[in-house]
Design a protein around this ligand. Structure first.
Ligand code: ZN
Ligand code: ZN
Length: 358
């Protein structure tokens, strides 16, 4: 990982903001900037000489993982150790990631710094940098997506009338760990029958009915990077209405993939997807946004949503995931992860999109 480039980019941002230092406390941002994967740490970006603070539990791990930052093992909490350091070098202002900080953590930091150092919220500067994935990251994301896609078969084989949603999720997650996944990227969604109309129907103890859709939305974490995909299969005889619903979502998803390329506004991709569903008469059942960035976190900027004016850029990795949810009946969602390029996008998710009938 090119930590030097990433740290340089943050230093350049700080210079623009006329800020001497930034305290990075959001763990994925810390990992992105210096490689630390543990659960307690604070990274002080300071005049090209970053210092990483962690506690005694991570002495060995920090020495093994952290790149391009001095490691300090703190007695107390890492952010407070960073505050003491900041006092020592007489900072006038310290940038913070207040969107990742509780009100009480901010107050504690403020007290520890004393009246001479001002806290300044810098917003998601690290997240903005993380939106564009470098070649190393795209390779890791590709690996995670491939592992995830290979699990679809396992899940599909587990599905049948009377089997519970959580049994299907269990098979899928067991296979994921066997294949090397570090964890699932989020609580696996297996939503069958009427529950498929709930966009976030996390696998429950409900049994799969003899007829209807089953939405499978899942992802794995591999080498720290998340995958995210959705496929919808059908149990029993497919009605004409169900077939047209599936077809509409499939066409909308394809329209989203076709529209996504560098320079196109995120909101424009969402509009294209929504318009495709509107022509098929299903737009009012599409109740969430079209997609989101994926990387070290499952949900990252950018958002592909109504009114998002920011443009897609080459190297962004986003999902395209339209769905149609008819309350009381059922729902369909299809989700791929794509890498944006100048000329279009490359679909990472290698799994069929024809309706699988069981
Ligand atoms: Zn998903
Ligand atoms: Zn998603």
């Amino acid at each position: 990982m090119d930590y030097a480039r990433r740290q340089d980019a943050i230093d350049a941002q700080l210079e623009k903001l006329r800020l001497e230092a930034l305290l990075v406390t959001h763990l994925p941002n810390i990992r992105y900037l210096c490689g630390f994967t543990g659960s307690a740490g604070a990274l002080l970006m300071h005049g090209g000489r970053p210092v990483f603070f962690t506690d005694g539990r991570y002495t060995a791990q920090a020495r093994a993982e952290v790149r391009r930052a001095r490691v300090v093992i703190a007695k107390g909490s890492p952010p407070l150790a960073a505050a003491q350091f900041a006092q020592g070098v007489r900072l006038r202002a310290l940038g913070i990631e207040s969107h990742h900080m509780t009100v009480s953590a901010r107050a504690t930091l403020h007290r520890a710094l004393g009246p001479k150092t001002r806290l300044r919220d810098v917003g998601p500067v690290v997240e903005r940098l993380r939106m564009i994935k470098d070649a190393d990251e795209i390779a890791l994301l590709r690996e995670a997506v491939n592992l995830g896609a290979r699990l679809l078969d396992t899940a599909v084989h587990a599905i049948g009338p009377g089997v519970t949603e959580s049994e299907v999720a269990a098979e899928l997650e067991y296979a994921a760990r066997r294949a090397g996944a570090e964890a699932m990227s989020f609580a696996t969604i297996v939503a069958a029958g009427p529950r498929s109309a709930m966009p976030h129907g996390v696998a429950s103890s409900a049994a799969i009915p003899a007829g209807g859709f089953v939405v499978l939305d899942f992802g794995v974490i591999l080498h720290g990077y998340c995958s995210d995909m959705t496929r919808t299969v059908h149990v029993g005889k497919v009605s004409a209405a169900e077939r047209s619903m599936y077809q509409a979502v499939r066409e909308a998803e394809q329209a989203g993939v076709d529209a996504a390329r560098a320079g196109v506004a995120c909101g424009e991709v969402d509009r294209t997807v929504r318009n495709t569903l509107r022509r098929a008469g299903f737009a009012r059942y599409f109740t969430h946004s079209t997609g989101h960035g994926v990387g070290l976190e499952i949900h990252e900027p950018p958002r592909l949503a109504r009114g998002e004016g920011g443009a897609l850029d080459a190297g962004m990795v986003v999902t395209i995931e339209p769905g149609v949810y008819v309350p009381g009946q059922g729902g369909v969602r299809i989700e791929d992860m794509v890498v944006i390029s100048q000329s279009g996008c490359d679909v990472l998710t290698a799994a069929p999109k024809e309706l699988i009938e069981l």
